[in-house]
Design a protein around this ligand. Sequence first.
Ligand code: ADP
Ligand code: MG
Length: 584
Amino acid sequence: MIVGIDLGTTHSLVACLKETGPELIPNSLGEYLTPSVVGLDNAGELLVGRTAQEFMVTAPERCVSMFKRQMGTEWKWTIDNKAFTAVELSALVLKTLKEEAEQYLGESVESAVITVPAYFNEHQRTDTIRAGEIAGLKVARIVNEPTAAALAYGLREQDQERLLLVYDLGGGTFDVSIVDQLDDVLEIRSSAGETFLGGEDFTSTIAARVLESKGMVYEHVEMKEPERLSRLRRECERLKRQLSSRDVASLRFPDARGHFLDDAETIEVNREQFKKWTSHLIGRADLPLRKALGDAGLKRSEVDEVILVGGATRMPTIVERIVEIFGKEPLRRINPDEVVALGAAVQAGLIDRNEHVEEMVVTDVAPFTLGVETTREMAGEYRSGYFMPIINRNTTIPVSRAQTVQTLHPNQTEVKVAIYQGEHRKTDQNLFLGEFQVKNIPRGPAGQEIEIRFTYDLNGVLEVEAMVLETKEKFQHVVTRYARGMSQRQIDDAIRSMENLKKHPREESANRYLLKRSERLYSELPWGEREQLDLMLKGFEEAIELQDEELIARHREALENFVNLFDFSEEDDNDPQSEQTDDW
Ligand code: ADP
Ligand code: MG
């Protein structure tokens, strides 16, 4: 079985294709959205998802989130003398989703389509594949998130001829794609985006402004009082979501240890204020829009429909801006948190040649320019480090293009071909992908010609071939996503060290989650209720200790009722998932 996985900055989802269409797979807590959060509790046991998210509020130093932003870098998260790369943390999330899917479907899941922001570069894509492999998944295809969203809409709304703009604002990334739909053929015309713009930046901005009003600086608080910051961020997140459906909302300001004492101050924020605070972020979203339209050679008036993707598009300020730009209300017929995973499942069906999606065709584009380094002669001097594009960004893939270069010196017998990706004139600002040497060039005057051909396939494998035109001798280099960085042995080692992490049995995950959630709630309650909660927690813990199922169930129910009553942070959350409604 091939599943589709949306490996998000803040949330991840898994889906599969059924006869009736793509369907999301719930996790062991019965939810579709699994927070992309990893933690190690004090006993060194691994927590992933909601449980880790709850634990992060009380123990921010033992948890990590937003690691998708570190894909393609050497960044590491260290805890208890163990270091985790972004690839390994992503692998832990993927492995959890794989296991949840296997449990739910009752069959083994060997392979997955994983989505990435259209604007991910080669290193970030390679890292995503590697994370899949470490999680024990064969990565059948890496698909751009907006492309997946277009597939989900395309399958549901065939028989349409229209130009779609996919506007995807998630937790940490912003992506725009322009898609031509002709019945069941989807052609991606262009993509643009920003890997450092998302809903989390709106949350951070609220937190920074609130702290500022107290004479505090975000970065200092983050370093010196991490508990205060993590609790405040949680409050800001709740406030932000509330402001999506009402004009005024309030948050409680935690003390230095992250507690809300009985006299904790309440701060009110209204929509107008929020809009002003975050206008710089809205402005940053305009540039990729312009770039995507420009690359597709389109005017904004030519866009027929704007599709909303990503939880952060629920903010009214985003919708207002879209209406301002395009003069029409955007579409949200499919839940914006879920549409990417559903589309990934459609893509999985296409690869599996599933009869229910057979007629659909989708073509994608290369998100960045690919080329080689050249040397230029300037005022009698040779300067190297210039980028010569061969495949331009937003060219439809698969594609094969060639360019001819020449030797610079008489009797030059070798030329180095260095391959880069990016939009800068100088190679040192672009991403290096690999290099190889062309030899045996016949001696003679300068200007011997070498043809360099780039072939970029659907799986993102780039094959570079250089041919000495006079002798027809060929030299080859393949930039596969599988070649960079880790060897098979290193992958095996990573798999083994992940298996060595202590983990709760899956059946216990609901109990673990309730425990962490109650512990988080504890410090938010007034003294009287705290004592009550403490007693109930003790009863629940004892029941778990005794492994008495009946006793556990009884205590769990009482504790759950109590927590639901006092934990108002869950109110105003987004609608029940997966109701594919036209309005939310
Ligand atoms: P990703 O794909 O990057 O994980 P998601 O699509 O899950 O992101 O979107 C997560 C972001 O959406 C978070 O920053 C979250 O705060 C934001 N978000 C979710 N619901 C709302 C809402 N009702 N109002 C405002 N922002 C929201
Ligand atoms: Mg997303």
